[in-house]
Design a binder for this molecule. Structure first.
Ligand SMILES: *[C@@H]1O[C@H](CO)[C@@H](O)[C@H](O)[C@H]1NC(C)=O
Ligand SMILES: *[C@@H]1O[C@H](CO)[C@@H](O)[C@H](O)[C@H]1NC(C)=O
Ligand SMILES: *[C@@H]1O[C@H](CO)[C@@H](O)[C@H](O)[C@H]1NC(C)=O
Ligand SMILES: *[C@@H]1O[C@H](CO)[C@@H](O)[C@H](O)[C@H]1NC(C)=O
Ligand SMILES: *[C@@H]1O[C@H](CO)[C@@H](O)[C@H](O)[C@H]1NC(C)=O
Ligand SMILES: [Cu+2]
Length: 181
């Protein structure tokens, strides 16, 4: 069947009417915000502090003790720690704290793995050591997040065993935050 201009106008009117109906359906009801794009938007969760894309997210750089009071040790879930303490931003500092080795304490260290594959398998063959077994002492080893690419941290001790079996690994994707001040 042909599509005459008369039918076209009717179609257009029906379209406009249905758009208006949708608009009416989103009219404010008692106590609800008038702007329907905002309804259901929980500002407690997605406020400036937590939302990495919020224009007012301008908190100054922070220091994080990796693992919190557990520090950098064998058997603590650092993936979980990173999930709960992130997101991390450019210029935040990660502090790795672990005792220098002696006859009773296990040595630890900090390596950066080159990619997700080596992170999954704890393959240290192309990893870059960023902290020796001695550098976690006293105030700890500080790593400033300077780059926007993913960082794959792992303990390099026992040929990857601490990473594989001891959960001593986590990844961080630093986000860009507009400069504060
Ligand atoms: C928004 O999220 C906070 C924190 O999870 C919660 O306490 C609050 O009840 C939520 N508000 C609404 C309206 O869902
Ligand atoms: C950002 O903060 C400024 C000053 O505190 C405020 O006037 C403005 O409304 C905020 N913008 C947003 C999108 O929350
Ligand atoms: C560590 O924590 C992550 C994130 O909460 C979880 O998915 C994972 O199963 C945990 N790993 C172990 C071995 O419990
Ligand atoms: C080894 O180091 C730990 C932690 O620093 C310390 O508590 C312990 O006394 C040390 N042991 C020896 C034998 O030096
Ligand atoms: C990070 O810090 C450096 C030096 O203090 C500064 O020049 C840079 O603008 C900062 N970057 C961001 C994204 O805040
Ligand atoms: Cu270790």
């Amino acid at each position: 069947m042909g599509f005459t201009s008369g039918q076209g106008i009717v179609t257009l009117l029906v379209l406009i009417a249905s758009l208006l109906a949708v608009g009416m359906a989103n009219r404010p009801i008692a106590g609800k915000p008038a702007n329907h794009w905002n309804s259901g938007f929980n500002h407690s969760i997605w406020g400036p502090r937590n939302n990495p894309f919020h224009p007012n997210n301008t908190r100054p750089p922070k220091k994080f003790i990796v693992g919190g009071s557990e520090r950098w040790r064998y058997g603590f879930n650092y993936t979980d720690w990173a999930l709960k303490n992130g997101p991390f931003y450019i210029n935040d500092t990660l502090v790795f704290k672990y005792d220098p080795p002696n006859s009773t304490t296990f040595p630890h260290s900090v390596y950066l793995l080159p990619n997700f594959g080596s992170f999954l398998t704890c393959d240290l063959s192309r990893a870059k050591q960023v902290a020796t077994v001695a550098q976690g002492g006293s105030k700890g080893f500080e790593f400033v997040l300077k780059n926007l690419w993913p960082h794959y941290f792992a303990c390099g001790e026992h040929n990857g065993l601490h990473c594989k079996e001891g959960m001593m690994k986590f990844s961080v994707m630093p986000l860009f935050r507009p400069c504060h001040g």
